[in-house]
Structure formats: C-alpha cells, structure tokens
Design a binder for this molecule. Structure first.
Ligand code: FMN
Length: 283
C-alpha cells in the first residue's frame, strides 16, 4: 500500500473540498492515497478517444469487477459485453439522446441474474422458496456493486466510463436485443473508453445531508440544500431548464429545481411490469 506525500494529501483535500464545499483533512501519511484520489476525483466520461480497449485488459477488468462482494455468495451479477456494433446501434436508436453509447469503444450491460440459483435448485432437486422482493433486490445490488468495481478498475487503468440506466427506458426491447431470459434483467449499461477530455468533478450534497450519526437526521435539510444549489450552480450550471413547456422560466435554476422538475414527470413506469414478466413476483 502506498503512503502519500504532503502534496498528494493536500490535493486530495482540495478535490474533496471542491466536491462537498467543506474542508477535509488528509494526514500526510494517509495509506492508499492513489486509490483515494481516484475515488475522490471520480467523474463520468461521455467523450472517448478512437482508441481500442485491448481484449486482455477488458478481461482483466471483468475479473476485478466480478471480485466484488456478493450477497450470500450467490453471485447473481452478470456482464453482457455488447461487441456487435449493430446491437449497440440498435440500443442507441432506442435511446436517441445519448450518442455517447455508440461512440464508446466498449459497451457493457450489467445484469441481475436470479436464473442461475433457480436452475441450481432444480438440478439439486430443491424447491425455490425465495420468490419475493428481497430476492430481486439482492441481484440488483450485486450488479450495482460489480458495475462500481468495474468503474474503479477501469479508472485505475486510465479508462473513462459512463453508466447508462437509460437501458431501462426500453427494457423489453433491450432485453430482446440481448436475449435476456426469464429472471435476468438489465440494471445499467456502461460506456467504456479512453477519455477524450479531462471531464470535471460534479459537486455533491454536503456530508451534513448524507452522513448521519447514530440516527437519521434531516434537521437542517432544506437549509443545506438551499446552500448547495448556488455552490453547485457556480461550478456546474445547467445549460437548459427542463420541461420548459410545463414550467415557467426561473432566474435561478439550481439542482433542487432541476431534480424536482425531473421527477414531476413519470418515467420507466413499465419497469415493474417488465420485471414481473421476467418471472419475479416482487411480493
Ligand atoms: C446507476 C446510474 C445510472 C446512470 N445513468 C445514466 C444515463 O443513462 N446516461 C448518462 O449520461 N449518465 C448516467 N449516469 C451518470 C450520472 O448522470 C452521473 O453519475 C451523475 O450526473 C454524477 O456525475 P459524475 O458521475 O460525473 O460524478 C448514471 C449513473 C448511475 C450511477
């Protein structure tokens, strides 16, 4: 494990302070500083160099990603590497406002898989007695952890990534294109490639909002969000106001206005039906 220099510790403090708007203290001998810095410096990348990601490297990253912890060691996450460009194009055609899917040299879809454990039960002559919501959630969480592990591994290897939950906008079509059988469902896609630009750190809510001590606490929530809005706006202003046809133009368009507008319109309302069609009862 590497320990850091004062300069590295200072840089880590700066990146976290920019992201969260409050001071952090990193000791000069902080262990694992390279990994901490990569995590603190995370940014999604949506533009890529026309450079191939070597298959051997990709395989290494799959191994690292699938080394993630897994609920009860059930290993219910799979990765579909969509190598066939016509399939990638067909997915992009379903999600036309995200051209970076097609531009990325590699496109993956991380899936939850409850199918294997059911088959194993059949082979071993055991009933499957866990057809309920938790069973679905375990596979979804495993897939999320594997995707995050992949993102960390890819970043360490100099690659950039962008998750794509929009594959769930058209789950039936994506499922058909990828030939996902019953009990296998897409959690998110992931664009992968060498970044064409540095990207930027996206500010997050302060830890006062998202870290709680001993009990859940939202005493200063509204005040903290009111303070977050202008800080975020200064670093990462929105280029347009969402749903301008529904809502009046506002002078100050912050994160909370954007998110309130975003979730004022239903989306992916068919996903529950899709998951039930895949065989889950979700009871
Ligand atoms: C599960 C998940 C799904 C996402 N889906 C999309 C997506 O469909 N399209 C996209 O461009 N970005 C997507 N993102 C990226 C987020 O927009 C991004 O993480 C967020 O704006 C914060 O920016 P940052 O990752 O650069 O810190 C997704 C991220 C996650 C974790």
């Amino acid at each position: 494990m590497t320990t850091c220099t004062r300069a590295q510790a200072t840089r880590l403090e700066e990146v976290l302070a920019e992201r969260f708007g409050t001071a952090f203290s990193a000791p000069a001998d902080a262990p694992g500083v390279d990994e901490l810095m990569r995590m603190a410096n995370h940014r999604s990348h949506r533009r890529y160099l026309p450079r191939t990601v070597e298959p051997a490297l990709l395989r290494l990253l799959f191994g690292c990603a699938l080394s993630a912890p897994s609920k009860s060691d059930l290993q219910q996450a799979d990765i579909i590497h969509v190598e066939d460009r016509s399939t990638v194009k067909a997915i992009v055609d379903l999600i036309p406002d995200m051209p970076w899917i097609n531009q990325a040299p590699v496109f993956l879809v991380f899936c939850g898989n409850n199918r294997r454990i059911r088959k194993i039960g059949d082979w071993r002559g055991k009933p499957f007695a866990n057809d309920h919501l938790d069973h679905f959630m375990n596979a979804a969480v495993d897939a999320g952890l594997v995707m995050m592990n992949f993102i960390r591994a890819a970043t360490a290897a100099g690659l950039g990534t962008c998750p794509i939950s929009a594959v769930r906008n058209r789950p039936n079509e994506v499922s058909r294109l990828l030939e996902l059988p019953d009990w296998v469902f897409p959690v998110a896609g992931l664009c992968v490639g060498y970044p064409a630009e540095a990207g930027r750190v996206s500010p997050r809510l302060p830890l006062a909002v998202t870290v709680h001590t001993n009990r859940y606490d939202e005493a200063n929530l509204e005040r903290n969000i009111d303070a977050y809005d202008p800080r975020r706006q200064a670093l990462q202003p929105y280029r347009r106001q969402r749903y301008a046809d529904r809502y009046a133009d506002v002078e100050f368009y912050g994160w909370s206005e954007e998110k309130a507008r975003h979730y004022s319109v239903p989306e992916r309302t068919d996903f529950g039906a899709f998951i039930r069609d895949k065989g889950f009862s979700l009871k």
